[in-house]
Design a protein around this ligand. Structure first.
Ligand SMILES: Nc1c(NC[C@H](O)[C@H](O)[C@H](O)CO)[nH]c(=O)[nH]c1=O
Ligand SMILES: CC(=O)[C@@H](O)COP(=O)(O)O
Length: 165
């Protein structure tokens, strides 16, 4: 289902875990900063809205989305980080460069999550143009940052549920 038919900022909030003592790393790609800053604001505010403490949220920048995987593993292997949320925007250019970045980041973040046994969230927009990006960074289709933060919260809840079962 495309974002045009499922708003990125609309999700169920039932049975969420207590995240008041959970610690989050928010890694933000500097490319397309107008978009990634909006993603960060969405993710940050969503974490606060659902119970995270500001002092438990660390933000770090990386040059581009390709570097998100490296930044993610540096944080995810820390004992004082429970989840990593990676935010970027890779806009289609004239060449296939965006395809290589997108596939590398998607696979890289999956690998980091499996290696560290922690939620590592793919909050990366892969639009065809700037308009599609802005539509998903607080525009008509919601905010991918909201979705990424809520995904991290729900994955922490699932992990806790499994550990306690
Ligand atoms: N074109 C975009 C990039 N390109 C930069 C790469 O992510 C990377 O930093 C570079 O190839 C050096 O390793 N990054 C984005 O996040 N968004 C783009 O649209
Ligand atoms: C995703 C990119 O790196 C892209 O913006 C680069 O543009 P181009 O493919 O025109 O070189």
């Amino acid at each position: 289902m495309s974002s045009a038919h499922k708003n990125l900022s609309v999700f169920s909030t039932e049975n969420l875990p207590d995240i008041s003592e959970r610690r989050f790393a928010l890694i933000v790609a500097e490319w397309n900063a107008e978009v990634t800053e909006a993603l960060f604001e969405g993710a940050y505010q969503t974490l606060l809205t659902y119970g995270a403490k500001p002092e438990h949220i660390i933000r770090a920048n990386v040059p581009g989305s390709y570097e998100l995987s490296t930044g993610a593993v540096w944080f995810a292997q820390r004992d004082d980080i429970d989840a990593v949320i990676c935010l970027g925007c890779v806009i289609q250019g004239e060449t296939k460069h965006n395809d290589y970045i997108n596939h590398a980041v998607a696979q890289g973040l999956t690998n980091v999550s499996l290696k560290t046994n922690k939620p590592v969230i793919f909050g990366v927009l892969t639009p065809n143009n700037q308009e599609q990006a802005l539509d998903r960074a607080g525009g008509k289709h919601g905010n991918k940052g909201d979705e990424a933060a809520m995904t991290a919260i729900k994955m922490l809840g699932l992990f806790q549920q499994i550990q306690n079962s």
